[in-house]
Design a protein around this ligand. Structure first.
Ligand code: ADE
Length: 423
């Protein structure tokens, strides 16, 4: 149970009414999450469970938190990134909806971790992560809170990679469902969500025209595919850099130019990193970039651009607009870094649109319910979202969109199940 009267740590309680309005606005586009919330209200599948959710504190996350609360969970929320918090939403959750929220946009790294730690003081039975910082904290500095935890969920590619490393090393102490791996998550959220919101973030930060620009996408996973597809739609010439030959080939046959980053660095006007890895843009790339290049990251951590190397190479750094730091290089070239190298789509815009988060968060809510029912039968490991839940989310979303699909006849089903019939 939450200690009574906990209000979390928020920027400004005066933003509460605005937060309520924004959360309600997002709810219009989240019909699947709404249906789950209504069922949860009746069935209370999370009754008595304390949940710590470390997610981007957005209007969409608020709707998920309300669904979990309707299901009976005692939920504490903390930010999964220092720059992604929507302060009005944090206020509304803490004050109007009684969900202690520890998140202030622009918090420093110390505050970020102290918020995670304060949320963990609630002794969670379940964790819900976006990037695995709560799991990592629980397995290192907060092992005192591990024994209560029955299971968790993870939202994003980077977090799943981290958790799999933990599981492989035999370090993971409880089962976690990799929500990211559901088709109804990564095929839509990572592709269309990151695609649209990344361009939105770059636009809001810079007001650049994409048409006619060389836009370099580092990484052609689901997020990279989405960014590349949408940038092309805006008239950019898209260049993709990859380390995986199959993905590089796919990018080429999708119609993009593929080259090494050392070549792309010379011709790019706008760069977006979505690799999930480290230093996709590094010191030697900054040395050859065009004057006034714009560089942004939409991967989970602010490590994809080597900012220390950029700082070292620059003779001066100026803040020229909100979310734009301009680095002046020794030869006078300017390089413009957006959102301090943090997720540009959440720091400079509002993250993925609600309609796509609807599916991601429906998977989260259903996975939490599944974990509440089945954790005792699951060893500490990383699990996929059960296919039945994934398909249920797709069916509910189709229904909500007013779309109908065909069903196999008995004869068609029998044909597909058999092997006897040939030419
Ligand atoms: N991740 C990406 N976009 C998001 C959003 N709008 N809300 C929560 N998490 C997100």
């Amino acid at each position: 149970m939450q200690p009574e009267g906990k209000l979390g740590d928020i920027k400004d309680p005066g933003l509460t009414d605005e937060g309520i309005r924004l959360i309600q606005w997002a709810a219009r586009e989240m019909p699947v999450t709404k249906l789950i919330k209504e069922r949860f209200e009746l069935e209370k599948p999370l009754k008595g469970l304390s949940v710590v959710a470390c997610l981007h504190v957005t209007t969409e996350t608020a709707n998920l938190a309300l669904a979990l609360k309707a299901g009976g969970a005692d939920i504490s929320l903390c930010a999964s990134n220092p720059l992604s918090t929507q302060d009005a939403v944090a206020s509304a959750l803490s004050i109007a909806y009684d969900i202690p929220t520890y998140a202030i946009k622009g918090e420093d790294d110390n505050t970020y971790y102290s918020h995670i730690n304060t949320a963990l003081d609630s002794s969670p039975n379940m964790t819900m992560d976006d990037g695995a910082d709560v799991v990592a904290t629980l397995h290192t500095t907060r092992q005192d809170k591990l024994s209560n935890v029955i299971g968790g969920t993870e939202e994003t590619t980077t977090g799943v990679i981290r958790l799999r490393s933990m599981a492989q090393a035999g370090k993971l102490k409880y089962p976690i469902i990799a929500v990211n791996e559901a088709d109804t998550k990564h095929m839509f959220d990572n592709r269309y969500g990151t695609g649209q919101s990344t361009l939105d973030g770059i636009t809001r930060a810079t007001n650049v025209l994409f048409a006619g620009k060389n836009l370099v996408v580092a990484g052609y996973g689901w997020c990279g595919r989405g960014v590349a597809m949408r940038a092309r739609g805006m008239g950019a010439q898209v260049i993709v850099t990859e380390v995986n030959p199959v993905r590089a080939l796919e990018a080429s046959m999708d119609g993009h130019t593929v080259m090494k980053m050392e070549d792309a660095a010379r011709v790019g006007d706008i760069f977006v990193t979505v690799t999930g890895g480290k230093h996709a843009l590094d010191a030697h790339h900054f040395q050859v970039m065009k004057n006034d290049a714009v560089i942004a990251n939409s991967g989970h951590f602010n490590i994809e651009i080597n900012i220390d190397a950029l700082e070292d190479a620059a003779t001066e750094k100026k803040s020229v607009r909100p979310m734009v730091d301009q680095y002046i290089m020794a030869d006078g070239r300017r390089i413009n870094l957006l959102a301090e190298g943090r997720l540009v789509n959440l720091a400079a815009a509002e993250g993925h649109p609600s309609a796509v988060m609807d599916m991601s968060f429906a998977n989260q809510a259903l996975s939490a319910e599944y974990m509440a029912k089945n954790s005792q039968t699951l060893k500490p490991d990383v699990y996929d979202v059960p296919i039945t839940l994934d398909q249920m989310v797709a069916s509910l979303k189709l229904d909500a969109m007013g779309l109908r699909m065909d069903e196999l006849s008995e004869e068609q089903a029998a044909y597909l199940a058999g092997w006897e019939t040939g030419t």
